[in-house]
Design a protein around this ligand. Structure first.
Ligand code: C2E
Ligand code: CA
Ligand code: CA
Length: 743
């Protein structure tokens, strides 16, 4: 971990100066709620000497402890201060107390934070004269040492000058005030103003850095500058295209200061050099209305040193801001940046017909599961490129979260047709192609009292609505959609709670052999008794459970319950099959086969007594995946029934390949048997089809004797319906079975 750098950093240039003289160590207070940070800091600096003196560490684990130490201990040179402790800004608050209540202005403060996201605002840094700001990750041994050395040196200067020099406090304060200004132009202009105030004159001057192409070897007469700021009668220079400075006196002074890296104090002007660590050195030329003789050069040096640090901090903070505003994967603006920009836009009233849309990649997490995170990242990068490339420049595009992008622009571009067209061609990823299906949620921000964050929420509601209909859909936000979503969310909450409290239970509906009249099987059906005692129909809660993924646990639960009940029935001599409904989400879930094996093992039921009912639509999803899973069921000997047959679009050949054990004719066709000719024909066709493919055929929802009779004549094997029994809880079921056998 420690390279050359680290070792070199410990060659302290001042340490050899007076080896005999044992001086007081520099006191450094470490404030952090994480013990590891204390240890790591002390370890990193264990044998460090700064300006020829050792370091002595004091430790505090919260603000109160730190303040107590600061009250009792003199001469603390620097504080390494954690921003986030008891609260998100405990550190920053403490700085206020140190400077204001305790009145300690000399101690140097280095803020540390875990994440860039916690960057305190620039105002706080300037107001409280914070020396430096580092993320914890940045504090390697050598960096920590450099940072601390700079702080201690600064502290040393302040203390030394404190004794006699007037206004130093003021200077440091003033120097820091620049940072409240964003951007370097305002900052450098502030430098001139403060310098002028310091030497007691009107602000007249110019701040320059050398142009990039200038090197040490460039002859003086070819040097060009970048004018960073100009004040007073020099103001015109700012608007000059290149930094040619005509005044030979100013020009010469700036060149000398920048090349020698030293201040030039003249009779009635000063040219000051500011070293910036990032190589962005600059110099300021300031005119004075009176001789500068009595100005202490040392004072100006301290000022310059402090301003240099501030300049670095301005840059550092803007870098931290940038990381807080840019999505590092795609380089697109992130959520925070988007909200800020759109709020500004909305406030300007510039967009009358604007639309915001969320773009969500369908089945992104499944894709990652299958192809890995690297592939997923690549997808997101390609997606952002495609969108940015195709959308007009004035459309605002950002990445909101994992696989959700957001766009904001005029209705002409931000609509389903255009957005889908942009993503119609597959993405090129790792040399292959990847089709992209997207769900879209739109909102038209028309009420001006709302902010961007509200509209994002509305768009998210619309997106939820769209996804409730399946993949590749879209929806626009309306108040009705909001109500519906809220209801769905409430239903889901209630459902979770009901499941937790065991208010969900199973009923069993018998399946009858039409030829013999014998009960040969049961179908397990889920029931939910609500708080008010009323039943919530499965057609309402199953879709919500599917959307939320709760169906996975619900499904596992009913599978276990049904098999346990079946085990009891078998034990009592009722040799029946058990049919259990399996939803698509559950069927595709990675744990499905394990859950199945466990439930079988736990109940001791042989697999051929279990039949899984899968709807036709499930059977049609991604054929390869489905067939693989189906083969795994077959290998176990578990039976498969195609539920609601006739409502989907399975091709005949596909049905043949599926080799299911049972076809269930949908209730709607059975219903039509007595009345409607076409219904009867479909039923007839399905029966014929099933028989030809060697499957059992079961008719659902048989309510009348005549339906049963027609079905029997058609050659349908089995029937299930209210004619025989509704779904029954197990106690009732046991009675029913006993009665039928007896009677
Ligand atoms: P499904 O699988 O088609 O279930 C048959 C539905 O028909 C059941 O409705 C049953 O009570 C009803 N039914 C049975 N006989 C008759 C009859 O003679 N006349 C009429 N009108 N209806 C009859 P239920 O229990 O309300 O379930 C509705 C749907 O909810 C089920 O349709 C199934 O898709 C789903 N579902 C129920 N339980 C579960 C479960 O445990 N897991 C999953 N994934 N879905 C379930
Ligand atoms: Ca069913
Ligand atoms: Ca059905």
């Amino acid at each position: 971990m420690q390279g050359m750098d680290d070792d070199l950093a410990f060659l302290d240039e001042d340490s050899a100066q007076d080896p005999e003289h044992v001086r007081q160590p520099w006191r450094v207070l470490v404030v952090d709620d994480d013990e590891d940070v204390h240890q790591a800091t002390v370890f990193a600096l264990r044998d460090a000497r700064v300006l020829g003196r050792n370091l002595e560490f004091l430790h505090a684990y919260n603000s109160a402890e730190a303040l107590a130490i600061l009250r009792e201990t003199d001469n603390i040179a620097a504080i390494l201060l954690d921003v986030v402790m008891e609260t998100e800004d405990a550190g920053l608050r403490m700085v206020g107390q140190i400077r204001e209540s305790l009145g300690l202005h000399a101690v140097r403060i280095i803020l540390r934070t875990g994440q860039p996201g916690y960057a305190p605002d620039i105002e706080a840094i300037s107001r409280y004269d914070i020396n430096d700001y580092k993320t914890k990750a940045e504090l390697s041994r050598s960096k920590l040492y450099t940072t601390l050395t700079a702080a201690v040196r600064s502290y040393d200067q302040i203390v030394r000058l404190d004794a006699g020099k007037r206004g130093l406090e003021l200077i440091v304060d003033n120097a820091n005030r620049f940072m409240a200004e964003q951007g370097s132009a305002a900052f450098t202009q502030g430098v001139i103003e403060q310098l002028a105030a310091l030497i007691g004159t009107e602000p007249e001057g110019v701040v320059c850095s050398l142009a990039d192409e200038v090197t040490a070897a460039t002859p003086d007469d070819e040097v060009s500058f970048r004018v960073l700021a100009a004040v007073g009668r020099h103001q015109f220079m700012v608007r000059r295209p290149t930094g040619a400075i005509d005044n030979p006196h100013i020009r010469q002074n700036l060149i000398v200061a920048l090349r020698s890296r030293k201040n030039q104090i003249g009779r009635s002007d000063a040219t000051l050099f500011f070293a910036s660590r990032k190589g962005g050195d600059f110099a300021a030329f300031v005119e004075a209305k009176h001789p500068l003789g009595e100005i202490d050069a040392h004072l100006l040096e301290v000022f310059c040193a402090n301003v240099g640090i501030c300049a670095d901090n301005v840059e550092l903070v803007s870098r931290l801001r940038e990381t807080a505003y840019v999505d590092s994967l795609t380089g697109l603006p992130n959520r925070a940046a988007f909200i800020e920009a759109i709020d500004r836009h909305l406030a300007s009233g510039a967009c009358q017909q604007c639309v915001m849309a969320l773009i969500d990649i369908d089945q992104f997490s499944e894709t990652i599961d299958l192809l890995g995170y690297r592939y997923g990242d690549q997808m997101l990068i390609e997606m952002s490129r495609r969108l940015r490339g195709a959308l007009p420049e004035e459309v605002f595009l950002a990445r909101l979260s994992a696989d959700i992008f957001v766009v904001f622009g005029s209705e002409e571009t931000i609509n389903p047709a255009v957005l889908r067209e942009i993503l119609a061609d597959p993405l090129l990823i790792e040399g292959g192609t990847q089709d992209i299906s997207i769900s879209l949620g739109f909102v038209r921000p028309d009420e001006d009292e709302h902010g961007a964050a509200d509209f994002l929420r509305y768009a998210a509601i619309a997106l939820k609505r769209a996804k409730a209909d399946g993949v590749g859909r879209e929806a626009y936000y309306t108040p009705e959609v909001a109500v519906e979503t809220r209801e769905r969310v409430r239903l889901l909450q209630d459902l979770r709670e009901a499941f937790g409290r065991q208010h969900i239970f199973a009923v069993y509906q018998p399946q009858i052999d039409l030829e013999s009249g014998q009960t040969v099987g049961l179908e397990a059906l889920m029931r939910w008794r609500g708080q008010d005692g009323r039943f919530v129909p499965p057609d309402r809660f199953i879709p919500v459970a599917e959307q939320s993924g709760l169906i996975v646990s619900l499904g596992a639960w009913i599978l276990r319950s049904a098999l346990m009940t079946l085990a009891q029935l078998h034990a009592q001599g009722h040799r029946l099959r058990m049919a259990v409904n399996v939803s698509m989400i559950q069927f595709r879930h990675a744990d499905f086969l394990d859950t199945l094996d466990e439930a079988l093992a736990q109940s001791g039921i042989a697999p051929e007594w279990l039949e899984l009912e899968i709807t036709e639509s499930v059977a049609m999803f991604g054929q390869a995946d489905f067939e693989e899973r189906l083969a795994a069921l077959k290998a176990r000997g578990v039976l498969v029934a195609i539920d609601d047959f006739g409502t989907g679009f399975s091709s005949l050949s596909y049905l043949d390949r599926l080799a299911a054990d049972c076809l269930k004719i949908d209730r709607s066709f059975v219903n039509a048997l007595d009345s409607d000719k076409s219904g009867a024909r479909i039923a007839e066709m399905v029966v014929g089809l099933g028989r030809r493919l060697g499957m059992r055929v079961l008719a659902e929802g048989v309510e009348t004797e005549s339906q049963a009779e027609i079905l029997r004549q058609l050659g349908c094997h089995l029937a299930q319906g209210w004619l025989y029994a509704k779904g029954m809880e197990s106690a009732e079921l046991f009675d029913w079975l006993d009665q039928r056998q007896g009677g």
